[in-house]
Design a protein around this ligand. Structure first.
Ligand code: FAD
Ligand code: NAP
Length: 545
């Protein structure tokens, strides 16, 4: 597997032996956490496995990688100066543009001096006597801290497929989440790609335009809408900058962290003509939430959802010329229950003569061979294979670290039947440990920027509360945690989400418990709950002197 080439050096600065807070991860979460802690005059270090800031936008450098939330909304809101001075170029910026933004933030707020790059945290243990965490890194560093913050990301623990023979292939292999920094030139190559989630959908058109031949191995098709990406116009940037405060408020109160008109009608109470016009408008708008929120019942009623499904199927059949290929690209699970995609020329790409779709439901992959990929039907020869096979999402990066709480209990073992958190921020038995966008919070069902800032702000307030009242630890009670887990499950059970084999459900990792992990109650409602809990003296948490 080709990996970024300069990731093997280690950081030569000395790691402090004790700080107020250890943060793991220098993505958008860890960066903001560090900035806020500095404002409180607390000492903090950040450990980051990569060689620079940016997290997702540092690692996922595959061709076509972009955000699918608009740049002016997928950006920090904590600094008005930053908002006003930063110039976004595109409606849906590319990975390099978002990485540049993260780097700009790191420079502007002088964050790097407290970040240790190329340093993976391997273990963290809570000491009940000293009420501190002892955090260990792969280089043998050991740091004690009052607070331990896992800002390790929901989608940072990448996953190769469970297919025999992965090491056997003699050509080049790439995972979308570990793309070489120097890029890859596929010109003239026969390329095979496994995976048609968001990373596959974004990279397939770009690779197809370059490679001699591209074969797409699809197990489950994706629902995708055209992004209609474009350069931002000066007038719309100026307009947003003039109205940013109102927009940010609306983001925070919305369901997905993106202001959208509130639907009032059922998809089943309107005529087919009216419904298709509404879906057409969403399709033309290049915005996923416009489709998902077009009617009140798309996420909860199968028949209502079927109307959106039929609409997208008809679009696929209109775009893709070969009817058999078009049929193969039409998903059957409810729209939105696996993460939908925004694309640029995805379905159109299947009209190219050099692109071939292999339906793995009909002819499964048997093995990776020396020369390529062998399915039940035939062997395909390739010069390169791309794995767009996703992540051990939401829990992978947390359980990869050997985290031990009270009495040495292991987070991984405690979560063997699925993650158990209170608010997705903390877990019983792990005092003073916080997760940014952890399982049980809206996280991946939202514009993550909004959810990241909300969690960091909440954690900062909690630490301030402890310090102000001379308290040392905060930890959810078992009872409050159980009630929250039940609530998260109950909300999910009202929706169609559990109907799909998604990574939201842990279904993409063999042996992972089938639990719907994010909180589906919406960003605005969730924020209200978190604020109420804080206002009531951190109800459901045990605070100790
Ligand atoms: P990350 O960006 O994942 O950062 C976590 C960091 O922690 C990583 O740099 C990792 O190296 C580090 N780390 C993890 N474990 C350790 C360890 N043990 N020791 C040291 N370091 C460690 N969200 C949206 O809202 N809209 C989008 O359009 C969108 N597009 C996405 C596209 C892709 C390709 C992916 C993968 C995700 C996308 N997301 C999107 C989700 C995205 O992850 C979040 O928006 C956001 O960037 C997460 O920031 P983070 O800091 O919480 O986590
Ligand atoms: P993903 O959505 O989990 O997609 C992985 C793909 O690989 C799926 O099609 C999956 O098929 C397939 N796959 C996995 N194992 C396989 C196997 N053994 N054999 C055949 N196929 C296999 O991962 P992703 O595309 O990297 O996206 C993950 C998440 O990151 C997204 O859902 C989104 O939240 C975020 N993201 C966002 C964007 C964006 O546009 N902003 C871009 C990239 C990523 P099955 O579905 O059958 O499991």
């Amino acid at each position: 597997m080709s990996a970024p080439s300069h990731d093997m050096q280690s950081d030569s600065r000395t790691v402090p032996s004790s700080v107020d807070v250890v943060i793991v991860g220098a993505g958008l979460s860890g960066m903001y956490m560090l900035h806020k802690l500095r404002e409180m005059h607390l000492s903090a270090v950040v450990f980051e496995a990569g060689t620079d800031v940016g997290g997702t936008w540092y690692w996922n450098r595959y061709p076509g990688a972009r955000v699918d939330v608009e740049s002016l909304a997928y950006s920090y809101s904590f600094s008005e100066e930053l908002e006003q001075e930063y110039e976004w170029q595109e409606r849906y910026p590319t990975q390099p543009e978002i990485l540049r933004y993260a780097q700009h933030v790191a420079d502007r707020f002088d964050l790097r001096r407290d970040i240790f790059f190329r340093t993976r945290v391997t273990a963290a243990m809570y000491g009940e006597d000293g009420r501190t965490w002892l955090v260990r890194t792969e280089h043998g560093d050991a740091v004690t801290a009052r607070f331990f913050v896992m800002a390790t990301g929901c989608l940072s623990s990448s996953k190769l497929p469970e297919i025999p023979g992965l090491d056997r292939f003699k050509g080049a292999t790439y995972h979308t989440a570990h793309w070489p920094h120097e890029g890859v030139d596929f010109t003239g190559m026969r390329v095979g790609i496994i995976g048609t989630g968001s990373s596959g959908v974004q990279s397939i058109p770009v690779i197809a335009a370059q490679a001699a031949d591209l074969t797409v191995f699809q197990r489950t098709p994706a629902y995708s809408l055209p992004a209609r990406n474009r350069r931002l116009r000066p007038d719309e940037i100026a307009d947003m900058k003039a109205n940013y405060r109102a927009f940010r408020k609306a983001q925070k109160e919305s369901g997905f962290g993106l202001p959208t008109p509130i639907a009032t009608k059922s998809a089943l109470e309107v005529s087919e003509e009216e419904r298709n016009a509404a879906f057409e408008q969403a399709w033309e708008s290049g915005s996923l939430v416009n489709l998902l929120t077009a009617y009140v019942d798309l996420a909860i009623d199968q028949k209502a959802n079927d109307t959106a499904k039929r609409f997208i199927h008809s679009k696929i059949h209109q775009i893709v010329k070969d009817p058999q290929t078009a049929a193969g690209l039409c998903p059957e699970y409810p729209v939105g229950t696996k993460r939908p995609c925004l694309d640029t020329d995805y379905y159109e790409t299947y009209n190219r003569e050099n692109v071939h779709l292999v339906n793995l439901r009909r002819t499964p992959i048997l093995e990776i061979a020396e020369k390529g990929i062998r399915t039940s039907d035939k062997e395909y020869a390739f010069d390169a294979i791309v794995y767009a096979t996703g992540f051990d999402a939401m829990t992978g990066a947390l359980t990869n670290v050997d985290i031990r709480g009270r009495g040495g209990i292991s987070l991984k073992e405690t979560w063997h039947a699925g993650p158990r958190t209170y608010l997705g921020i903390s877990s019983a038995g792990f005092p003073n440990m916080f997760m940014i966008t952890g399982p049980g919070s809206p996280s991946v069902l939202s514009n993550m920027m909004v959810s990241i800032e909300q969690h960091v702000d909440w954690v900062i307030d909690a630490i301030e509360h402890l310090d102000h009242h001379g308290l040392t630890t905060i930890e959810p009670t078992g009872q409050a945690q159980e009630a929250w887990v039940d609530h998260v499950n109950l909300i999910a059970s009202y929706t169609l989400y559990p109907k799909a084999n998604s990574w939201y459900m842990g279904a993409n990792v063999p042996g992972k418990p089938r639990v719907f992990m994010p909180y589906a109650g919406g960003v605005g409602e969730y924020r209200k709950k978190c604020d109420e809990i804080a206002a009531q003296g951190y109800e459901g948490f045990a605070l100790s002197p």
